[in-house]
Design a protein around this ligand. Structure first.
Ligand code: ATP
Length: 513
């Protein structure tokens, strides 16, 4: 992240941090080290990132504590299938080990490897799952931008690839919340991925200006790297030379020359992402980016051979560390849900590839574009237009004025409204502006449907994370009725929502082309 390298943090094998037992080191960045870990009780795999605040000059220390605070805040708040999930932030308290005492440790889901490692493993060869990975990155950015956040440090090292084809954005040290159209961060970043305006805008007392357009530029660079086997879009043997070439291009001094290996459809999108002016680039926010990526090609699940390659990479990457034990004090903890499990015996549903909305399907014409858009915003193939339509039908019968009062198990009345039957309080937490009018309203069908798609996208990722991939449509419909937590806890469709999910499946079969 531009702070210069600091020595890796040496944590002994077997060291305890909260409920996590630390194992082997995974890697180190500018300001911390990441270790493989497992839960002492149930063996859940995790990665623990130790963040340091020592060994810095006084000037750097101010930036550092701000970065650590940002990373902790955004990591704990990030909740989306395409953002790495953080379980808790711990502060290490260990008087016997002054070198570890006071470190912050973030316990998060463990990925198999980073995009950077994959690109380095086979330079010159386009990633076989390039489009799926880019779709995941774009969907993660869409979620961040939708919440008014900017990632600020998008690069292959911060894109994690996990079991089952999951793609997560990670490293929220430079993530920030917008104040209007922009925000400020410490003047850090990775030379290869910062936009041209980063160099020309003066750093003020509050730091450097950052906008969503910075993530869009970085996405253009990453997309070029992924599709060309690691090549940066600007020429140069060093990061500084490439940054100078990017600035020359932005001043109009050199044309944009994308590598010939980049597929035609992608060239236009990358050129848009790499537009020299941030004002023009900002017309393409995360959500539109995700939409354009989806238009370029349906994301695929990883092939068996890709999974095998992952395993080989991991085996070669792992290094052992001398055994020792220790203790750490848990200071803060966020709730997590480590339950895993699948479900068997589900009825067959149409394959996701056949779940576009059939022309003859009895789905109102005026809702169709919103349903299709909501599906396109999600990189998960399970969240198909046919599924969204089937859930809407089962929830409200497509009645945009629908209204229902249900009584939960505890007797509390739950009011649900509109075409997607949103409970207003829940809608508020997930709200998406489906028609771009700057407002979000659960009674407005475009907003209600866009929000439904985004919520289903999150649920689909969380079920995949828990190995619950069988009959995902039913799990999603059941979770929308109850909650993801309930469905995960029951490891399948709860009995009380079975009639509802059966109806939804009937509609799904009718609507899928
Ligand atoms: N949740 C995770 N699961 C598996 N590996 C991870 C996880 N988080 C980070 N890593 C890996 O750990 C290494 C160090 O990550 P870290 O974020 O500290 O640094 P970086 O992003 O490589 O560099 P910098 O922080 O300087 O930008 C990287 O190789 C990264 O891919």
């Amino acid at each position: 992240m531009g702070l210069g390298s600091t020595p890796p943090i040496d944590v002994p094998d077997g060291y305890r941090v909260g409920p996590w037992r630390i194992n082997t080191p995974i890697g180190s960045g500018s300001w911390g080290s990441v270790y493989a870990a497992e839960h002492v009780e149930d063996g859940t795999r995790a990665a623990v990132k130790f963040l340091r605040t020592d060994l810095l000059t006084p000037g750097q220390r101010g930036d550092m504590s701000e970065l650590v605070a940002r990373e902790v805040k955004f990591s704990l708040e990030a909740d989306h299938p395409h953002l790495v999930r953080t379980h808790a932030a711990h502060t290490v308290r260990d008087r016997d080990r002054p070198e570890l005492d006071g470190l912050i440790a973030l316990a998060m889901d463990r990925a198999e490897h980073s995009l950077q490692e994959l690109l380095a493993a086979e330079p010159g060869r386009a990633l076989p799952s390039a489009e799926r990975v880019l779709a995941g990155v774009a969907a993660g950015l869409a979620h961040l931008h939708g919440r008014g956040w900017v990632h600020g440090d998008l690069k292959p090292a911060n894109v994690l690839l996990a079991e089952g084809g999951a793609v997560w954005l990670a490293d929220f040290g430079l993530t920030t919340e917008l104040e209007g159209t922009h925000a400020y961060v410490p003047p850090l970043g990775t030379l290869d991925h910062v936009p041209p305006e980063w160099w020309s805008e003066r750093t003020g007392a509050r730091g450097t200006k950052v906008r969503p357009a910075a993530d869009v530029w970085a996405f253009g660079v990453v997309a070029h790297q992924v599709l060309s086997g690691g090549l940066h879009p600007f020429p140069g043997a060093t990061a500084r030379a490439r940054a100078l070439a990017a600035q020359a291009y932005a001043r109009g001094g050199a044309p944009l020359r994308l590598d010939a290996s980049v597929p035609p459809g992608w060239r236009a999108l990358i050129a848009d992402c790499l537009h020299p002016e941030h004002a023009v680039r900002s017309r393409l926010n995360g959500e539109q980016l995700a939409l354009r990526v989806r238009e370029l090609g349906a994301p695929e699940r990883p092939s068996r051979s890709a999974r095998r390659r992952t395993a080989v990479l991991l085996a070669t990457a792992a290094t052992a560390l001398a055994a020792a034990t220790g203790s750490a004090l848990l200071l803060t903890a966020a709730p997590d849900s480590p339950s895993t499990g699948g479900r068997s015996g589900a009825q067959a549903v149409p394959p996701a590839s056949a779940q576009a909305l059939a022309e003859h399907a009895a789905v109102p014409r005026e809702l169709r574009p919103h349903i299709t858009n909501a599906s396109m915003r999600c990189a998960d193939e399970a969240v198909s237009p046919a599924l969204i339509a089937a859930i809407l039908k089962a929830e409200s019968g497509f009645d945009v004025h629908a209204h229902r009062v249900r009584h939960g198990k505890d007797g509390i009345a739950v009011r649900e409204h509109g075409v997607a039957m949103w409970t207003p309080e829940v809608f508020r937490d997930w709200a998406k502006d489906g028609d771009g009018d700057g407002r979000t309203d659960h009674m407005n069908p475009p907003d209600a449907i866009a929000t439904l798609g985004s919520y289903l996208c999150y649920l689909a990722g969380s079920f995949r994370d828990h190995g619950m991939t069988e009959d995902l449509p039913s799990l999603l419909a059941a979770a929308y009725r109850t909650s993801g937590k309930v469905v995960r806890a029951e490891r399948g469709v709860p009995e009380r929502t079975r009639a509802h999910t059966e109806r939804m499946r009937k509609f799904l079969a009718e609507y899928a082309s």
